[in-house]
Design a protein around this ligand. Structure first.
Ligand code: HEC
Ligand code: HEC
Ligand code: HEC
Ligand code: HEC
Ligand code: HEC
Length: 285
């Protein structure tokens, strides 16, 4: 029994160290593959002002991109908890307790830590995997394509809209592989496949995962905010630096209200008006 205990103790500690290392390794931000040549001239430029890179009034702390479940870490957590149960069955409760706590902690790390807290609170930091890993950092960052080139509805309607594949094909009928790559880029191939299927019997459009979503009982209009001169980045964070889009703001009622309360003096100078509505009925109909 004593030997068994020692073995469990050692493996338990080792597992936690491993789980911590794993989560650290996962948290390291991936380098975006930026290999667009500078000779490509796209006259759609609209760089974002540096001062606009954070949602108003909030220091945005979002999990690093690409954080996801570590199955190895989950296995370790499972192993720890089984160990705890074995100790419990053998009447060594204190040790069992330690293993349970360590097991739960390892599980928390393995789940990608804060990435999953939106199940308990708001969705801030939510960054789902998309059907095509479309990088804003390349298109809106490096190539400096204006946000409104693709999200042109943001200027004229409540919704900003995700562009249809046709908009992508304005360029990608020519750009079919990344420069420097020998073969076709697999992500661009997915796009081309979706486009080519458009007139077929079974079209397979790209179904993007929605990131920012308000409950249906809230009314929000992009047009009014964009027309007021509020930059996309003030609500969505520095999208032009993101490989995968994440929800930068909490999108809570307090978040809307805090900004609507700003006076002319507190608001950034580039806004036409400060102060939005505070009446319930304007946002809730
Ligand atoms: C070349 C087209 C293109 C350009 C330019 C572009 N986007 Fe996007 N955007 C997309 C596509 C496609 C998606 C859906 C896939 C995704 O979420 O990555 C998207 C998603 C988004 C989303 C998340 C939508 C949701 O589901 O909540 C936001 C916010 C956004 N874009 C903002 C911006 C901003 C701000 C800029 C300018 C800095 C910009 N986009 C430039 C194509 C574009
Ligand atoms: C005042 C804050 C604010 C500003 C400014 C803003 N957005 Fe949004 N955006 C939101 C909110 C809130 C949602 C969620 C809306 C919903 O669920 O009804 C959203 C959703 C989106 C979506 C996904 C849903 C949709 O409407 O199609 C896209 C894409 C998007 N925004 C792009 C942009 C772009 C591009 C700009 C700049 C031109 C911009 N946004 C400016 C707050 C803002
Ligand atoms: C204004 C032109 C233009 C538009 C519009 C455009 N792209 Fe691109 N896209 C490019 C260029 C240029 C590259 C860079 C190829 C390279 O790596 O040299 C690229 C690269 C890509 C890549 C490969 C990224 C990588 O990591 O190598 C994907 C995926 C992609 N685009 C998807 C899309 C999608 C989806 C849309 C529509 C929402 C879109 N593009 C719209 C010009 C455009
Ligand atoms: C970055 C600051 C900011 C944030 C965040 C913001 N708003 Fe606003 N909003 C404004 C300003 C400024 C105005 C007034 C615009 C004007 O008078 O032209 C406004 C106006 C409005 C209006 C009035 C539209 C109309 O028809 O008169 C509504 C509705 C609204 N906001 C809803 C929301 C909701 C819902 C949210 C949160 C999801 C939100 N806003 C978040 C700044 C913001
Ligand atoms: C500027 C826009 C705005 C105004 C004004 C506003 N709300 Fe909200 N409200 C929201 C948003 C956005 C949400 C959704 C927040 C969320 O899901 O976390 C919300 C959520 C709620 C909820 C649901 C809370 C929950 O936890 O589900 C209630 C109740 C509510 N609001 C009541 C009110 C009342 C009462 C007023 C007037 C005093 C008011 N709201 C004014 C934007 C607004």
């Amino acid at each position: 029994m004593k030997v068994l205990g020692k073995i469990f103790k050692l493996t338990g500690l080792l597992s936690v160290v491993l789980a911590v290392c794993l989560s650290k390794a996962q948290a390291a931000p991936k380098k975006p593959a930026l290999n667009a040549s500078s000779s490509q001239s796209l006259e759609l430029s609209q760089p974002a002002p540096a001062a606009m890179n954070s949602p108003v009034g909030f220091k945005v702390k979002t999990p690093d991109e690409g954080t996801k479940i570590s199955w190895l870490g989950m296995g370790i957590a499972f192993f720890l908890i089984i160990g705890g149960i074995l100790f419990w069955a053998n009447d060594i409760q204190s040790f069992a307790g330690i293993l349970f706590v360590l097991g739960l902690f390892a599980g928390f790390l393995a789940l990608g830590q804060r990435h999953y807290y939106h199940y308990f609170a708001n969705n801030q930091g939510y960054a789902p995997q998309q059907p095509i890993s479309y990088p804003h950092v390349l298109h809106a960052g490096k190539l400096k394509i204006a946000c409104l080139y693709c999200h042109y509805n943001a200027e004229k309607s409540d919704v900003a809209s995700i562009p249809s594949v046709n908009v992508c094909m304005n360029c990608h009928s020519l750009v079919r592989s990344a420069t420097g790559d020998s073969g076709p880029n697999p992500e661009i191939s997915k796009l081309v496949k979706a486009w080519e299927s458009r007139d077929s019997a079974a079209p397979s459009p790209v179904v993007w995962e929605r990131v920012n979503k308000l409950p249906s009982f809230v009314r929000f209009s992009h047009r009014i905010h964009v027309a007021n001169g509020i930059a996309c980045q003030e609500c969505h964070g520095p999208i032009q630096t993101m490989t995968r889009v994440r929800q930068a703001a909490p999108l809570s009622m307090g978040w809307c209200i805090n900004c609507h309360r700003l006076t002319k003096k507190e608001a950034p100078a580039h806004w036409k008006h400060a102060g939005g509505p505070l009446d319930c009925i304007v946002c809730h109909h």
